[in-house]
Design a protein around this ligand. Structure first.
Ligand code: FUL
Length: 456
């Protein structure tokens, strides 16, 4: 049996070749594939907490505290685009229950504020700005509601569904719906028994192409931490049987790495804030993550096969703060510099198969400096690679021109693996798949010299 099928072969004869490929189940949906391609998008936490200096509002705040002076969603979109983000997910409703749109199911909304004389709608403004700027939009609608008088009663589940309907049918297409796991007491001291299955069915009925995030999916999983770090080993697969949202999910390291033989395709998303808090606090203006910290987070999330959801909280003006914008622009410049030149472009690897596992050898025309190799599987046919190594040919300093030394020991590849190592100058690199579930299907590899240091 021919155990290796490389992407360049697939690309030569896509249809007939693709038909012969036996998938390794589960495989991603086409919505998953489109989501994977987004890689990086922004999160926006904005609401009364921005003005009360809190992280979790109690739902009793006077709605008139919400008083941005220069709110401009076009500025958010402009900066997001400069940062190279593909979309924006907005906290349409956080735990305080305050709705950033004039919901008819709540009395704690922008309508009750004095902002734009109660006629404003942040969801509408952002959705218009995203459409104009060519970004996709998503919404965070907190199930936990510390304001709604019916929270803690079965009626609230219907209200939550009606609230979702208002958003999901009133503003055009959203790419993602975000459910955080928090489930505390409401105003009457009771916790809610959520009917998540109904929530899910309703959301998909309103927007069939939606990707729904929660700690355990159904579409995307939490990566198990809020530091933006997905496991070096990262299976896009997860077993959710026996776990219920809000009642304890799998252990955090399982969320971080997935399950090697998981039954469902539920990839990891890394949510992390550019500042210590999720909401804006002036005292954190000097704690904004630097461009190079963001770049390292990119390596630990997108570079480990997941997506990066980076929170940038607007300030009390309703604008991204200058410090945040500067980091974001610097972050984009580092990505541009790092990935601009593919040192393997135009090089055809020599492919050898040992025990059914491929080794790809690339030979440079002259000694070449590099500190990263990017590998990708054709995940539409399932995730397969369990481990691999990268070796580089020794410089001829000791006359041993034919020896290779190991520069990277890897596990999964999945949608993308950005393997980084201390810079080396070499004439040849060898990528060996050392274990895989089935035939290995790789896209063409890339190698780079970032030209700056990264934390390995
Ligand atoms: C958590 C929330 O409790 C935080 O306030 C924040 O929104 C974070 C992204 O999700 O569950």
């Amino acid at each position: 049996m021919k155990k290796i099928m490389l992407a360049f072969l697939v690309l030569l004869n896509t249809t007939s070749f693709a038909q012969k490929i036996k998938p390794v189940l589960p495989v991603p949906t086409k919505e998953h594939l489109a989501w994977h391609e987004k890689e990086f998008y922004l999160f926006i936490h904005f609401g009364p907490n921005t003005f009360t200096d809190k992280e979790w509002g109690d739902g009793k705040e006077d709605p008139t505290v919400f008083a941005p002076t220069q709110l401009d969603c076009n500025q958010w979109v402009r900066v997001a685009k400069l940062a190279g983000a593909k979309g924006i997910i907005l906290t349409a409703k956080h735990h305080d229950g305050f709705s950033l749109w004039p919901s008819k199911y709540s009395t704690h909304t922008v309508r009750e504020s004095k902002w734009l004389e109660g006629k404003g709608d942040v969801v509408r403004m952002l959705s218009d700005a995203c459409k104009k700027g060519g970004l996709e939009m998503g919404v965070y609608i907190s199930p936990w509601d510390r304001n709604h008088p019916d929270y803690g009663t079965p009626k609230y589940n219907d209200i939550y569904i009606a609230t979702m309907k208002e958003l999901l049918t009133g503003y055009g297409k959203f790419f993602e719906l975000w459910w955080d796991g928090a489930n505390g007491e409401g105003p009457n001291g009771k916790k809610q028994e959520y009917t998540f299955r109904r929530f899910e069915d309703s959301a998909f009925a309103y927007q069939p192409h939606l990707m729904i995030f929660s700690d355990i999916g159904p579409s995307i999983r939490w990566c198990g931490n809020e530091r933006g770090i997905i496991g070096n080993t990262n299976w896009n697969l997860l077993d959710t049987a026996g776990f219920y949202r809000g009642h304890g999910g799998p252990p955090e390291d399982t969320l971080n790495q997935g399950n090697v033989n998981g039954k469902l395709w539920i990839p990891a998303e890394a949510d992390v804030s550019i500042r210590p808090g999720w909401f804006y606090h002036a005292k954190e203006d000097n704690k904004v993550k630097s461009a190079s910290t963001l770049f390292n987070l990119f390596l630990k999330s997108v570079g480990n096969g997941g997506n990066l959801l980076l929170n940038v909280p607007p300030d009390r003006r309703g604008l991204f703060h200058e410090a945040d914008s500067a980091s974001l622009v610097g972050f984009a410049a580092l990505r541009e510099k790092a990935f601009k030149t593919n040192l393997l472009a135009g090089l055809k690897p020599v492919v050898k198969t040992t025990n059914g596992l491929p080794t790809l050898t690339y030979t440079f025309s002259k000694p070449t400096k590099l500190n990263a190799v990017v590998l990708q599987e054709l995940i539409e046919h399932g995730q397969r690679v369990k481990s691999f190594t990268i070796e580089a040919k020794e410089e001829s300093a000791f006359g041993k021109t034919n020896t290779y030394f190991k520069i990277f020991d890897g596990t999964t590849i999945g949608r993308k693996k950005i393997a980084t190592f201390n810079p080396i100058t070499t004439t040849s690199i060898k990528i060996t798949i050392t274990d895989a579930k089935a035939e290995v299907l790789l896209k063409p590899s890339a190698a780079h010299d970032f030209g700056f240091e990264v934390k390995n």
